[in-house]
Design a protein around this ligand. Sequence first.
Ligand SMILES: CC(C)(CO)C(=O)C(=O)O
Length: 440
Amino acid sequence: MQSTFRPRSLWRTGILGTCFRSRFQVYGVSNTRFISTWKEELQEVNHDTKAPLSGRVHILGMGNLGCFFAHSLATRRSPPPITICLHNDYLYQAFVRKRGQISVSTHGLDDVRTGFDVETVDEEGRWYTMPPVDNRPSPFNSTSQPPPDNGPIECLIICTKAHHTELAIKDISHRLTKDSTICLVHNGMGVLESINQNVFPDPNNRPHYIQTVFSHGLGRNDSFKISHLGVGTTILSPVGDSSIPPTTPEADHTWAPSTKYLLRLLTLTPPLVAVAETPAGLLQYQLEKLAVNCVINPLTALSDCTNGEILYSFSFTRVMRLLLFEISAVICALPELQGIPGIEDRFSPERLRRLVVNVASNTAKNHSSMQQDINQRRLTEIEYFNGWIVRRGEELGIKCALNYMIKHLVAAKAATHRSREAGAIPLDLDNVISTNEPPI
Ligand SMILES: CC(C)(CO)C(=O)C(=O)O
């Protein structure tokens, strides 16, 4: 007998800790897993809200991650309306040249999707809905300019790097309301706190958030053309009220309609392999990923090597162990984890070492994102990896001298590249005396 796996409401069963893990109930006939359409998901959420949602999903940040999310949503049997937000003309022109196509290649086979709506932004920060760049008929007449579209955004998936996320959200913050949900997809820790502090300081007027831990392997072939190199998962969790510790179970009715809708949509989009977790569960996955990134990324960036190469040297192994002693001490002392059973074992230096070794050997031939950032003269995420460990360590009275050193070695390497290229002479600006001003 065949069985149907029907998606079960994640929120009806009450406590997140129990309902989030069991996403499907077995009902009987047919094999239609993931059968629901986005409209059905929307209906369920709109059922008891006064302001029904349209179901549109905006995606900002069209690097590998943004392309993967947009493409995955577009592969659904019934894709929701998707708007990709292109924040400069160069990207828009590239998308026009690609005729509005996003392509994901798996084992050498390209899967091309179209049907994306596009918005671009001008220098004054006004967003415009552009005419379709694929073969769909344009809703605008050919002579008229598209009108600015600064209407509220219901669901925003933001796929920029950690250091760009705050700025990217600032540019679109006038369209985000306390009913919107932002799904943050980036590496590293501490971004949400700075968004709250600098972009949405008033807790009563803040959007809702979903945080993620993303572990699929992606590579870039060209603009809007990526490869899916390794199947991973997308672990998602809504972010609870910051005054409630993440370890407290919360009733399901506290999640906003846009959060419920986006969670349902993403968990029922097969290529994402998305699972919903509790806030406390997600935090632990984030910290495991952080530990891995704090070791593999700076070591490969400093030594300009592949992930696998750090496994075959006694010296790398020593550095790895010493960094992990500090990382483990900070994580185990975090107040937000206190009360969770088994923390000391899960985050022991030895277990973290095994995680790092596993990831490094599974991705042995890959170049870490930080190694690529350094070589392509981009900003690195070091402040959100080892920098975060150092800052949290300081708060907790734990000195993280080695992580501090690693953070500065990476910053120094990036600065050396920059000044070499600019042909700059290193100057100690504090000791430069301008001829027009009297010496201080
Ligand atoms: C896990 C790792 C190191 C894989 O390359 C990664 O996430 C990164 O490169 O940022």
